[in-house]
Design a binder for this molecule. Sequence first.
Ligand code: ZN
Length: 215
Amino acid sequence: MPLAPPMHRIVFLGPPGAGKGTQAAELAKVLGIPHISTGDLLRAAVAQHTPLGIEADGYMRAGKLVPDDLVLRMLQERLRSPDARSGYLLDGFPRTLVQAEALTGFAPIDRVVSFEIPESVLMERLTQRRSCPNCGAVYNLVTQPPRVAGTCDKCGGTLVGRPDDRPEPVYTRLQTYHRQTAPLLEHYARLGLLSRIDAQGSREAVSERIRKAVA
Ligand SMILES: [Zn+2]
């Protein structure tokens, strides 16, 4: 009997600014599994007016958080697709212990990769973000500066800092992340599923550490 192909059911956890999304897209491509971010799922469902999308849209229009239960149903539906048969990479979900427990019913996890990066580095990265109000392009004065200071490479627009990129809101977002995920990381560590990786350094170096963790 031929050996079953290895399953890659992976969760990426990391604070905003840790470079998780980019790495997730890359790894998913390498492993041939779908890169699933619940944010993208929600936006797609809303755009396609699926029954769950219409329901989610109601909450978002009212300025409310989309309830876990709805996100979980959406995820469950997505994981039934044939492309998720040999695994999936969940990007930024679960974020809380409650979500993780709900997931165990239909989405087993083989490995959780936590992106570890000092808060001071994140603060610097996140507060240096600038965007173009004209075309939506996003820059970073430290890691991805525009060719001409203050000017969008793509359309020549004047770059601006968003109010939520100021130090205080950024700090609050990071604190919230740590408060929510600390118990989650403990939970996965107890199950022997957690790999903490150093998310500093070049994209290639970080990608190498991730591949070792999920091998
Ligand atoms: Zn632009």
